[in-house]
Design a binder for this molecule. Structure first.
Ligand code: ZN
Length: 151
């Protein structure tokens, strides 16, 4: 396993759309493990492959409930809404409030090539939504809610 270099805001790669994974091979499994290691090293809770410079639809997440590795994830259901203060390993030193669904259901393929479904609420829903946005070149800063000025 190895820690990979993080791409940060301003790097045009972060704005590109990632491509679907067609084949699970040793290289892909290594990438998944490297992504987890890179995420832990940087105290993150989620990481998309594009953040380490690989334009593939792959995400890893661990919000403290164990790691999950998602290949070709797709949101199939969204309900409710919540506002959460987000940050991103690719946007260092910035935080902002973003509106996300309260609950999402995501279909994906696991590292064994099996189809899986994960339902996330609260922080997990935020994390899934944030990471899946990365696969389409979207950063949380694009969605930050303007602060209301109270008079
Ligand atoms: Zn991010």
């Amino acid at each position: 396993m190895a820690i990979r270099k993080l791409r940060v805001e301003g790097d045009s790669m972060l704005r590109k759309k990632s491509r679907e994974v067609e084949k699970i091979d040793g290289r892909l499994l290594e990438l998944l493990n490297d992504m987890l290691e890179t995420m832990y090293e940087n105290d993150g809770v989620g990481l998309a492959a594009v953040q380490v410079g690989i334009l593939r639809r792959i995400v890893v997440i661990n919000i403290g409930e164990g790691p999950i590795k998602l290949i070709n994830p797709v949101i199939v259901e969204k309900t409710g809404s919540q506002i959460f203060t987000e940050g991103c390993l690719s946007v260092p030193d910035k935080n902002g409030d973003v509106e996300r669904p309260e609950k999402v259901v995501v279909k994906y393929m696991d590292e064994n090539g099996e189809n899986q479904t994960v339902a996330g609420e609260g922080l997990m829903a935020v994390c899934l939504s944030h990471e899946l946005d990365h696969l389409n070149g979207i950063l949380f800063i694009d969605k930050v809610i303007e602060e209301d000025i109270n008079e």
